[in-house]
Design a protein around this ligand. Structure first.
Ligand SMILES: [Fe+2]
Ligand SMILES: [Fe+2]
Length: 213
């Protein structure tokens, strides 16, 4: 089966490949409700999920976990900052001072917690959603796949070096993480945004992994 995503001016055809249709339809329906009115973010999420399934086939990872984490990773992306903070209180997400300053990461922390409560996602999927924005040292293959799929999915067009990182992701995911976290840091620096220490630790850790081979 093929899915067509119409993201404003561009239509992207994605192969469903071996993705689990039952799981896809179950969570896609929930995502549609959560992201109502935000077609662009909905398309991005589905595109991340199918990219993650392709990467799972490449790295022999769990396809169902990749599919679910990909669909749900931006579940809270429609919320304003005030809504994010109030839902973090409601769902008992403990935010450090640094988490509050790196406000682009909060939607991932909250999405993991809400999806755990609402859909009882497993711990592997929870962590992949939780860490999808900043990454962390020593990620599982599922966490790495969601981090990179979010960066390289085919609707992403304007990020620095995305086409190089897209090719690298299938050959050497650790090097792709180095390149993606460097690009994220440079993107945030240019916009004078606060950078979470986990983003910097991710870059340092995977630079070290790659250099020690
Ligand atoms: Fe996100
Ligand atoms: Fe995303």
């Amino acid at each position: 089966m093929e899915i067509n995503l119409n993201d404003k001016n561009c239509i992207v055809h994605l192969e469903m490949g071996n993705a689990n249709m039952e799981l896809f339809l179950k969570y896609e329906k929930e995502l549609k409700k959560a992201l109502e009115g935000n077609e662009r973010r909905y398309c991005h999420s589905i595109s991340v999920a199918l990219t993650a399934v392709n990467l799972a086939e490449n790295y022999d990872a769990d396809k169902d976990n990749c599919l679910v984490a990909g669909i749900l990773h931006d579940y809270c992306k429609n919320m304003t900052l005030d809504e994010l903070f109030s839902n973090c209180e409601k769902y008992k997400v403990n935010l450090t001072e640094e988490d509050r300053m790196a406000d682009g990461c909060i939607h991932g922390f909250l999405a993991a917690k809400m999806c755990k409560e609402l859909y009882d996602i497993n711990d592997e999927v929870y962590n992949a959603i939780y860490f999808h924005t900043c990454g962390k040292p020593n990620m599982t293959i599922l966490e790495k796949i969601i981090y990179i799929a979010d960066f390289i999915e085919p609707l992403r067009r304007f990020r620095d070096k995305v086409s190089d990182i897209r090719k690298l992701a299938y050959k050497d995911i650790d090097s792709a993480i180095v390149a993606a976290s460097e690009a994220s840091i440079s993107f945030l620096t240019k916009r004078e945004k606060f950078i979470h220490s986990n983003t910097i630790k991710t870059l340092e850790y995977y630079k070290d992994v790659v250099s020690k081979r």
